[in-house]
Write a protein that binds this ligand. Structure first.
Ligand SMILES: Cc1ncc(C[n+]2csc(CCOP(=O)(O)OP(=O)(O)O)c2C)c(N)n1
Length: 417
């Protein structure tokens, strides 16, 4: 039997439950004035072996290196040379050109699905340059820059996107769920969040083997609301796993904004503090800051000091995927108002300021890379686009388990008759 309410007790107000709302909706003027971006000198760079409890402020501030004028400064400046910076910009430009081409291919019906990483190129490209191919990335679908900057054949990526007869994964995965062990790129999971636990497990296994390899996992702000995120942080902290736990806060998870995943309560980096992990919040549109933070976390992991949580603060400039229409849930031109600018433009400006590149050199590079993407695309299209050619259907069932599994055998029989 329910007890009658005690009239002396205060009642929970009827409107107590809060449902976070985005700050701007379609038709509104984009407005990011509520956001606070400290200067490049604001974040100190602790010693790599400093205790997490002494660096909590780094989870609430913002690590930056490139300022508004394209100059590098502050304690986190990695001081990269001209060649490295040019290589970085090249990888980011190539990633953007590849994305644009594949987006158009989807609109032309050459593939079923594509996901761009526009505005987030610095993240994948910088991490790929810091880690080695003996380390292992547990990626999301928005860090294709890792493969591209490591020289994975574009034509192979396209063959998978077109699901054609030369698809390197023989139809076992969706178009953009790549897998490339020899490039340090673990098979991409369609179920978001799961890769976080896999990364921690892999890192622990390699620590037992004492081979010196570390793991790096990615998760989106929306996916931090999955339990995999918390399981992974707990395991990583308890067992001191050599892993970098990256969170890409691009403000949106398809149509729900980061507040629904708890982004209005505290920063995503600060989640790490609750588990006793060091946590950094970094400008994700600043290649140099991403590079520096990754390098710091990698050194920590390699010295046996365990995991680091890094939140990359950025903005998803394009739709979630080709199936999404962002104009339905946010102002059309919001991306153009993102106060931290565009990562490609910012790194280019930096190179120009250093005198390490010129407008002419940059344009020549764009022409060259556009031709490279076009050539790869012609080659892949000659094998076939969606529906024009495909791998033998039986191959889909091979190399899944070490020895044939009865379920797969039955499914194969159903398909092949
Ligand atoms: C476990 C699971 N739940 C839901 C989905 C459907 N889904 C695919 S992507 C996505 C949004 C993820 O957003 P976020 O983690 O912020 O990454 P972003 O796409 O913004 O980079 C959702 C809900 C899924 N793939 N897996």
């Amino acid at each position: 039997m329910t007890q009658p309410a005690d009239p002396s007790l205060e009642q929970v107000p009827a409107d107590a439950i809060a449902v976070p709302q985005p700050h701007c909706r379609p038709g509104d003027e984009p407005d990011f004035s509520r956001l606070n971006f400290p200067g490049v000198d604001s974040a100190r760079r602790p010693a790599v072996d400093e205790s997490p409890e002494h660096m909590r402020e780094l989870a609430y501030g913002l690590i930056r290196v490139l300022d508004e004028n394209g100059d590098a400064g502050g304690a986190w400046n990695p001081g990269l040379d001209g060649d490295t910076l040019r290589r970085a910009l090249r990888a980011m430009v190539l990633t953007r050109l590849f994305d644009d081409r594949m987006f158009r291919a989807q609109r032309q019906g050459k593939t079923s699905f594509y996901m761009k990483c526009t505005g987030e190129e610095a993240i994948g490209c910088a991490q790929a340059m810091v880690l080695t191919t003996d380390d292992m990335f547990f990626p999301t679908y928005r860090v294709q820059g890792i493969l591209i900057s490591r020289g994975y054949p574009l034509v192979q990526m396209m063959n998978q996107i077109y699901s054609n007869a030369s698809d390197p994964l023989q139809g076992r995965q969706l178009p953009i769920l790549y897998s490339a062990r020899e490039y340090g790129f673990f098979s991409l999971s369609g179920n978001v969040g799961t890769q976080y636990c896999q990364a921690v497990g892999w890192a622990m296994a390699n620590a037992y083997k004492q081979n010196g390899h570390i793991a790096a996992a990615f998760i989106g702000d929306g996916s931090t609301a999955t339990y995999d995120f918390h399981h992974a942080l707990n395991f990583a902290a308890v067992y001191r796993a050599p892993v970098i736990l990256n969170i890409t806060n691009n403000q949106w998870a398809i149509s729900s904004f980061q507040g629904i995943a708890g982004g209005e309560q505290t920063t995503f980096a600060a989640r790490g503090i609750g588990y006793g992990l060091p946590a950094l919040r970094v400008d994700g549109n600043d290649f140099l800051a991403v590079h520096a933070a990754t390098d710091w976390a990698a050194q920590r992991a390699r010295r046996g000091l365990g995991a680091t949580v890094i939140e990359f603060y950025t903005y998803r400039a394009e739709g979630h995927s080709t199936s999404d229409d962002p104009s339905k849930y946010r102002p059309k031109d919001e991306a153009a108002h993102w106060p931290m600018g565009d990562p490609v433009a910012r790194l280019k400006q930096h190179l120009l300021k250093l005198g390490e590149s010129s407008e002419e050199q940059h344009q020549a590079m764009e022409v060259e890379l556009t031709a490279q993407v076009r050539a790869a695309s012609r080659e892949a299209e000659s094998v076939g686009t969606l529906g024009q050619s495909k791998p033998p259907v039986g191959e889909m069932f091979e190399q899944v388990f070490k020895s044939p599994d009865w379920r797969l055998q039955r499914q194969r029989k159903e398909v092949e008759g």
